[in-house]
Write a protein that binds this ligand. Sequence first.
Ligand code: GRF
Length: 211
Amino acid sequence: MKSLGILLSGRGSNFVAIADSIAAGRIPDAKIAVVIANRADAPGIATARQRGLQALVISSKGRAREEHDREVVAALKQHGVELICLAGYMRLLSPWFVQQFPRRILNIHPSLLPAFPGLEAQEQAFAYGVKISGCTVHFVDEELDHGPIIVQKPVAVLDSDDEPRLAARILEQEHIAYTEAINIVLGGTAEGGCPHMNRSHVNHSHMNLPL
Ligand code: GRF
């Protein structure tokens, strides 16, 4: 049984998608050991409590980055976390944090990276005029929205789209993509997508956690 740790700052729909996938058996042999928010008002933390999960608020307000990260990492280790999923965690991790969990931290971003990293990815996509956007799940390294890509899902930008509509369609794909990425990293089988599309250019064998 692999222990996941979720870090979030907001509504937590990706967290809920992961939790639902575990409950439905789409992510086998895994559990959410702890959910941590850096803001007390993050709706996702209330959802985690309602679901009976370990849920912590470790406020980052006014804290130096690494000092806050040390507290978060201590909590993750205390709960035996082996794989960390950033799910709308609006705080850049310090290099020290990243080094504590090499290839054990995943992030999801609402664009086809390396296009449009950072905030307002859909706004950036509109401003550039791309016809295809999407989402990316990747390993986290020391740079923002950067690191080896695990899964991407394309989403067409329609002439009738505005940012909220595009964001909603991308979010649907995010929820599918995160489950697939976790399964790839844990060595399971990705479900719900096209394995050829997701796997064609990347050899995922080196990504699996040791048994
Ligand atoms: C998602 O769009 C994710 O890609 C980005 O932040 C948003 C979080 O949404 N990193 P939610 O809190 O999971 O609903």
